[in-house]
Design a binder for this molecule. Sequence first.
Ligand SMILES: Cc1cc2nc3c(=O)[nH]c(=O)nc-3n(C[C@H](O)[C@H](O)[C@H](O)COP(=O)(O)O)c2cc1C
Length: 384
Amino acid sequence: MELKQVRQGQEEKEQDHPLHNPLLSPYKMGNFLLSHRVVLAPLTRQRSFNNVPQPHAILYYSQRTNKGGLLISEATGVSDTAQGYPFTPGIWTKEQVEAWKPIVDAVHAKGGIFFCQIWHVGRVSNQGFQPNGQAPISSTDKSLAPQIRANGVDVAQFSPPRKLRTDEIPQIVNDFRLAARNAMEAGFDGIEIHGAHGYLVDQFLKDQINDRTDKYGGSLENRCRFALDIVEAIVNEIGADKVGIRLSPFANYMESGDSNPKALGLYMAESLNKYGILYCHMVEPRMKTVGEKFECPDKLLPMRKAFKGTFIAAGGYDREDGMRAVAENHADLVAYGRLFLANPDLPRRFELNAPLNKYNRETFYIPDPVVGYIDYPFLEETNA
Ligand SMILES: Cc1cc2nc3c(=O)[nH]c(=O)nc-3n(C[C@H](O)[C@H](O)[C@H](O)COP(=O)(O)O)c2cc1C
């Protein structure tokens, strides 16, 4: 009761001084009224057995929901060729769509806005994940070297991919379109195309990987064609006001570097304007990999200025950094990954400038439905 009064008092104070904490100021994203700028970044948790979202995800997502908050789901496969990790969810079957419904409902019941990140891993896979043990598909037939897994010990092995024929590409675009339609059927408020981190869309975007000689390779325009075909197909299917995309032009995760990331980011930002999509979500240049922060002189500002819709920035943000990004108009919203994973009530902790739980890397990707998943304490519990 007392805590509630304090909180109400603070909310009133914030309304009097909207610039007091810019991260907690409201924002209108298209048709969605967000009560603050702290977004749950997409986080793969590998707890979806048989590629079907599980009931334990209901509590996990609803813990991270607050009224008017934006959540982006973990990467969710668009088809049976899209998988490359154990226990990641999909959205291509009726069973998967049905399994998402109670999770989405729980987020909506608490007033959250929920976008589904739709994903194809491309060559970041091996035959063990593929239907009939076939080769993973990609923009290229160049293999990806084995990579150390997130735990820093295990090594992930990848099978040589098969380069998609030009005439097969519309089918993959169609898989994204159907996945977007399924996401809407499951009740999501919109979708985010996963165009980052060296997965299939990025395998077309980046010149370190894409070695095609057809209309999907070579020039910048050609390399961006696959991503934009997907954007167009989904916009036509569910409406531009429900579509976002995540890009990481500066990252080189999974050997996905580009010789001119700034030109790539700018070209995409400008091209996306033609489709009028809701948001562009970009990963900071300092995040070359998914997990480590590097010193980097590059900025997302040119892309932020070029893109006309909502701009979400992500990667290595803490409270102060995020406050500054919004105050200086470098981003409309800031997505938090590891801090939100470990602090289900992150927006409130930011509001109170309360201490944060530390995340435990060891439990990011274990299949346990409780440990490292729904057992991070809330502020009240910590104080109890
Ligand atoms: C456990 C974990 C899972 C992740 N899964 C995804 C994912 O499914 N899709 C994606 O686009 N990024 C994914 N990322 C990247 C995060 O969304 C985010 O960009 C990254 O963690 C950097 O932000 P942070 O410093 O706030 O954690 C993942 C990161 C972590 C730590």
